[in-house]
Design a protein around this ligand. Structure first.
Ligand SMILES: [Zn+2]
Ligand SMILES: [Zn+2]
Length: 115
C-alpha cells in the first residue's frame, strides 16, 4: 500500500469538530483528521474514540493530528507514525476552539472520562 492509497491531500477536513460527537452531543479531547476522506474524529483518549472507529469501518488507516502545531500522521493498521505531506487547509481546528471541546458541552469532571 502506498501513501497515495491512504492519503489524499486534495480533500478538505469535514469540519472543525468530531463528526459523530457533534451529531450526538458528545465531546472530545483532541481531534484527528482522516488523511483519505477528511473525516474529523476524536482521539483515542476521548470518551468515544471516533477517529479509530472511522479507520476501522472505512478502511482508511491513516489520520493526521487536527490540533494546532501538530503535523504527525498515524497509521491505525500498523500502529506506526508515517510520513505524510501537507493537506488541504485548514490543517487544524480553529485556534479559538477550546481543548477539550466543543465549547459548552464538556463536563466539569471531564478527566474521569478519558481513556
Ligand atoms: Zn467523537
Ligand atoms: Zn476516511
Amino acid at each position: 500500500m502506498t501513501n497515495g492509497d491512504v492519503i489524499d491531500p486534495t480533500v478538505p477536513p469535514s469540519g472543525s469538530g468530531c463528526v459523530e460527537c457533534l451529531a450526538t452531543d458528545g465531546w472530545w479531547l483532541h481531534l484527528r483528521r482522516c488523511a483519505r476522506c477528511g473525516h474529523v474524529g476524536c482521539c483515542d483518549s476521548s470518551p468515544s474514540q471516533h477517529a479509530q472507529a472511522h479507520a476501522a469501518s472505512s478502511g482508511h488507516p491513516v489520520v493526521r493530528s487536527f490540533e494546532p502545531g501538530e503535523d504527525w500522521f498515524w497509521n491505525y493498521a500498523t500502529s506506526e507514525f508515517v510520513m505524510g505531506l501537507p493537506l488541504q487547509a485548514p490543517e487544524h481546528h480553529p485556534l479559538d476552539q477550546p481543548v477539550p471541546g466543543p465549547r459548552g458541552r464538556v463536563p466539569g469532571d471531564w478527566q474521569v472520562y478519558l481513556h
